[in-house]
Design a protein around this ligand. Sequence first.
Ligand code: PMP
Length: 412
Amino acid sequence: MRCIETCREDFPALHQTVTGGHPLVYLDSAATSHKPRSVIEAEARFYQRDNANVHRGVHALAERATEAYEGARRAVARFIGAPDPACVIFVRGATEALNLVARSYAQPRLGPDDEIVLTPMEHHSNLVPWQMVAQATGARLRYVDLLPDGTLDLPSYERLLEGGRVRVVAFTHQSNVLGTINPVREMAERAHRAGAVVVLDGAQSVPHQPVDVERLGCDFLAFSGHKMMGPTGIGVLWGRRELLESMPPLFGGGEMIREVGLFESTYNDVPYRFEAGTPPIAQAVGLGAAVEYLESLGMERVRAHEERLVAYALERLGQMPDVRIYGPRERGGLVSFNVEGVHPHDVATILDQQGVAVRAGHHCAQPLMRWLDVAATVRASFYVYNTPEDVDALVRALEAVRAIFGAGATPR
Ligand code: PMP
C-alpha cells in the first residue's frame, strides 16, 4: 500500500512555482488530473522498448505491444469489477464512450414512442449525444427534477419511469459541478424494473471512489483516463456483453472486421469491433499504470482522503460570508462557488496570480448553470495529492479577492 499522505512526491508537475513565483496549488483535477511518475515512465518505456502496432504482427515487439495493450484492458476490467475484459472498449474518452452508446446502442432501437431519461446536472457530453438521438429517432427526452440542494428528486424519477416508455436512463455518477453523488444502485434497479437500460457517466467517479459495475448494476459505464492520472486520448466504455454484441460498430476500418469483401464485410468480436484502426496503445499502457497506482493507494482511502478535504473546504469557505457554495453537503471532492459581486473569471484570475489553479466557467453544464441561475461558477477540485494546506491557500487567495473587490460588493 502506498501512503496518500506522501504520494504528492510522485507527481513531478506539482513541484513547481507558477505566476509570480508562487508554489503551484493545483485545484483543477476535475478538469484533468496530474500524472504520477510511474504513468509517465510506463508510457515512455513503451515507446523506448516495446513500440509496435498491436494484434497484427508476429515479431517480438508486436507481441510485447499487444500484451501490454491487452494487459491494460485486463487491469481496467479488474479496477471496475468487470469479470470479462472483453467488455472493456478503449475509446478516446468519456465523450466518445457516451456517443458510442447513444449512436450504436440507442439510435437503432428507439422510435417516437420511446423516452430517454436524463438529469439536469449532466455534462454536455451526456446531453448532446442524446439530443442527437432524439432528433434522429423522434424519441423524447425527459428530465429528473433537482431538489434545492442539488440532489436528484427520486420521486420525480419514479414518476418518469411509471410512464412505461423509458428505454434508456443516462446520468452521471458524480456531478462535475455540484459534487452530488447519485444513488446509482437504487436508480439502476428501478430502471431495470421499468425495462430501461442504464448508462452511467463515470468520468468524475471512477477516478475518485470505488466503482464496481456489478455492484452498481449499470449496463454501460463511460470514463476518461486523463482524469484518473492516466494519459489524455484514452478512455473506456464498459458494457454488458450481450448489449455490446447486439450493437453495430460505429467506425469501419482495420481491426474491427473479420472478413472484408468488395461490397460487404463481417465484423470482429467485442471489443475489437469497436476499436477500428490503430488504437491509442501507449495511452492504454499509461492508463494501465494509472490503475495500478490507484490500486496501490486503495480507492476507499482515496475517497476518504477527498471526503476529509472537501469537508474542510466546505467549513472554511462556509465561514466566508460573501462566498456562495453550490451543491449538497455529502459530495465528491469538489466545491463550486461564487464570490458575491465578483465575476468567477475575475476570481480565478486573482487566484491564479497567487498560484492557485481553479476553473471558472459553465463547466460544460449550461442547463445546470441555468438551474442555479448563474452564468458561471468557480470550481476547486481535489485529488489524492491535495492537502488541507491547499485549502488554506485557496482561502488566503480568496481573502485577496475580497480585499481587491471589497467584501460583499453588489453583484455586477
Ligand atoms: N462527464 C463528466 C461528468 C465530466 O466531468 C467530463 C469531463 N469534464 C466528461 C463527461 C467528458 O470527459 P472527456 O472530456 O474526457 O471526454
